[in-house]
Design a protein around this ligand. Structure first.
Ligand SMILES: [Zn+2]
Length: 64
């Protein structure tokens, strides 16, 4: 069976300095993004859903 972690809808990653959910510019990569999703409710929700999808996929593969 093929690993297909791309099946979940993905945010648009257009570079490390842009938020993939709202497209706004970030000061720097990871740290600014973490802070951004912390203050932006909309992006926070999108990020959580995206992360949950990935974790869910992995769990499904591990347990089944
Ligand atoms: Zn954003």
């Amino acid at each position: 069976m093929a690993h297909n972690s791309q099946s979940a809808p993905s945010p648009r990653w257009s570079g490390p300095k842009r938020c993939p959910f709202c497209g706004c510019e970030l000061d720097n990569g990871g740290e600014a993004f973490v802070r951004h999703v912390d203050v932006s409710e909309e992006c926070h929700e999108g990020f959580e859903r995206w992360r949950t999808n990935i974790v869910g996929d992995m769990k499904g593969e591990w347990t089944s």
